[in-house]
Write a new protein. Structure first.
Ligand SMILES: Cc1cc2nc3c(=O)[nH]c(=O)nc-3n(C[C@H](O)[C@H](O)[C@H](O)COP(=O)(O)OP(=O)(O)OC[C@H]3O[C@@H](n4cnc5c(N)ncnc54)[C@H](O)[C@@H]3O)c2cc1C
Length: 438
């Protein structure tokens, strides 16, 4: 009898899985030579001392975020990523950072500089990309939409609690049939006595399975324009279910939302969203923030690799002693220095009122592409451990993929910048553009 058939016989009697029922070895016992990411490595990526570019306030915030992320969040993230569950107990720790609401002034929001806000995104993403997406959806999409497009009463009612993370928000634009082409959305808003009735479906909406406040976009059936609404958790006709089997950002609870005759009172219609163009006010800022996620992810991957190469020995020497490995590490370091400068310049353009949507789109597209290269090099450097979430790089590698595709895919953001620099929009195939002119 072959070994394989002996094992099959054993399995048939007992455990349905192929293992022997014993729990996996703790990673520290299984692989004693290198420290896993639950004990986060010190910051080594800041080779050109970019910290000098930050104000005292920005430096202070960066340190605070770094400390909380490394000490409180790093130890639990692999476990929750593997389970694809959200660690609700970390919300108070994230709240203690006082970053929700970012640049919004008043209404209990921190009123940070855009640079401080961006640095906090990077520091969160350095340790865990899912955590940074959770914060971004809540803060840079949902809260910012309420701040930029909401009435005074809506801002006073919703923002203070969201700023403290006492309530959580999501932002529902994408639909199953309309992703990159979101402006063609089909969810409708029909005027009725005292408010609106929403009907339709949304997909991919981060935080939506548990959000208290849902910012939902729908097409006004009278004007045919896109309007925005605040929908509350538990509204009759609203159903959000989790999208399973994601390979990246597994902690983020992305939902499919069914919206069946959901009534929204007049007071919850966002008065500043009267066309799809109005969402661009929000997207321009949030794309700057999203551009900092790949930067932060790359920083974390570099720091892990730097430590790993010094700890792990092969052929009688640390991996860091091999020329090929040093070149890869330096390549990663160079990418991060360039990415930081692009992200930083975007913030300065925004602060001086010069930033265009093309600038923001180029930043998001380019940093996500460079980060893909950076984390791939990191994955190679860690050998087999480069495919284990325990050593961060595999998790970061997977987390980067959805970031490459959300808030405008790499292609769509490139086309936004392309339109700006050429004056020619190329989103629709020429054949369709011609037909629409006929
Ligand atoms: C993890 C995750 C979280 C998300 N969170 C949210 C959220 O909170 N709220 C929300 O509203 N949405 C969210 N999204 C949706 C996200 O914004 C969309 O996935 C994204 O806009 C791309 O749409 P799509 O997936 O339908 O891809 P498609 O639009 O189907 O695109 C598929 C491919 O075709 C390319 N393509 C499409 N059109 C063109 C064109 N004109 N020219 C050239 N190439 C083109 C794209 O670049 C891409 O490579 C999330 C998505 C993910 C994966």
């Amino acid at each position: 009898m072959s070994a394989a058939s002996v094992n099959q016989g054993d399995n048939a009697k007992g455990d349905a899985t192929s293992h022997n029922g014993l729990p996996a070895l703790d990673i520290a016992t299984a692989f004693p030579q290198a420290t896993p990411a639950t004990k986060f490595p010190p910051m080594k990526w800041d080779y050109y001392m970019f910290d000098d570019l930050l104000s005292t306030e920005e430096k202070f915030l960066r340190k605070k975020v770094q400390e909380v992320m490394e000490k409180e969040i790093a130890p639990v993230m692999v476990e929750y990523w593997e389970k694809a569950e959200f660690p609700f107990h970390v919300i108070p720790k994230l709240a203690s950072l006082s970053v929700a609401g970012g640049t919004i002034k008043g209404y209990g929001c921190p009123g940070l500089s855009i640079t401080a806000s961006a640095i906090s995104v990077a520091e969160i993403a350095r340790v865990d990309a899912s955590c940074s997406t959770f914060v971004l959806v809540h803060s840079s999409l949902a809260m910012l939409t309420i701040a930029l497009c909401g009435s005074e009463a809506q801002k006073e009612k919703y923002l203070p609690s969201l700023a403290q993370f006492n309530t959580v928000a999501c932002w529902a634009l994408t639909e199953p049939d309309y992703g990159s082409d979101a402006s063609s959305m089909r969810t409708t808003a029909t005027r009725v006595n005292g408010g609106w009735v929403l009907d339709g479906q949304k997909r991919w909406i981060g935080n939506s399975t548990f959000a208290d406040v849902l910012v939902v976009f729908a097409r006004n059936t009278s004007t045919n324009q896109i309007n925005g609404f605040i929908v509350k958790k538990g509204a009759p006709g609203l159903l959000a279910t989790k999208i399973e089997n994601k390979i990246g950002l597994r902690i983020v609870q992305n939902g499919d939302i069914l919206i069946k005759k959901v009534f929204v009172p007049d007071e919850d219609r966002l008065p500043g969203v009267n066309s799809f163009q109005d969402t661009n006010k929000v997207l321009a800022v949030s794309r700057v923030m999203v551009a900092w996620q790949p930067i932060g992810i790359s920083m974390g991957v570099f720091d892990i690799c730097h430590r790993y190469l010094k700890e792990r020995k092969q052929f009688g020497a640390p991996l860091a002693a091999f020329q090929l490995n040093q070149e890869k590490l330096v390549h990663m370091l160079g990418n991060i220095q360039a990415m930081f400068l692009v992200g930083w310049r975007l913030c300065k353009l925004y602060e001086s009122g010069k930033m265009t949507s093309g600038h923001a789109s180029l930043g998001k597209a380019w940093t996500s592409k460079k980060a893909r290269e950076t984390v791939s090099l990191g994955r190679e450097l860690l050998g087999g451990n480069g495919i284990l979430a325990d050593f961060l790089v595999a998790k970061a590698f997977c987390d980067l993929e959805p970031i490459f595709s959300y808030e405008g895919t790499y292609d769509i953001n490139s086309l936004v910048t392309g339109r700006e620099i050429t004056g020619i929009a190329s989103f629709k195939p020429p054949i369709l553009s011609k037909q629409s002119r006929l």
